[in-house]
Design a protein around this ligand. Structure first.
Ligand SMILES: C[S@@+](CC[C@H](N)C(=O)[O-])C[C@H]1O[C@@H](n2cnc3c(N)ncnc32)[C@H](O)[C@@H]1O
Length: 150
């Protein structure tokens, strides 16, 4: 499939259908439950009230369980449409959830702003060398020339 992950999610239709298409089947529900449980366990040593960057946040699917156990979450995503779904979903958490449109490949804070970061389901959008660079300290991919269907 030939598509650009920087643009694909900037669609209201794609954003609205994101969760239903992936996580509403019986298998999808089990996967979603287990993924949320695993991610919550990964942060268990982090004190409540800590701020976690969710990059990319998408529809806020994985921010939700982290907010539910008392963390603050700042979501970053290149798609305002995906963040709109997140804003709606997470409005009950009020100011503990904030978000902004940002390209995670290029926007790097100069100083630490978060206690921890969650980075789920985005690396497959980068070629391998850029994945390594993205995960490396201070590095970020210079360009995105393709990727794979999530
Ligand atoms: C497969 S979704 C994953 C969303 C969420 N982490 C989850 O697991 O449900 C991929 C997300 O990455 C975002 N994305 C793709 N390229 C990005 C970039 N360069 N910077 C920020 N977000 C990006 C898309 O807009 C989309 O919301």
């Amino acid at each position: 499939m030939n598509w650009n992950p920087d643009e694909h999610y900037k669609s209201q239709k794609v954003a609205d259908e994101y969760d239903r298409k992936r996580f509403f089947s019986p298998a999808g529900r089990v996967f979603n439950y287990l993924e949320k449980r695993t991610i919550t366990k990964c942060f268990v040593s982090l004190p409540a009230g800590s701020i976690i960057a969710d990059a990319p946040c998408g529809t806020g699917r994985l921010a939700e369980p982290l907010l539910a156990v008392g963390y603050r979450v700042h979501g970053l995503d290149i798609s305002d449409e995906m963040l709109d779904v997140a804003r709606q979903r997470l409005r009950g958490f009020q100011e503990r959830f904030t978000c902004e449109v940002a390209d995670v490949k290029t926007s790097r804070p100069n100083e630490p702003l978060y206690d921890a970061a969650l980075c789920a389901r985005v690396l497959m959008h980068f070629p391998l060398d850029q994945q390594v660079e993205f995960l490396g300290e201070g590095g970020h991919p210079q360009s995105d020339d393709g990727g794979h269907q999530p």
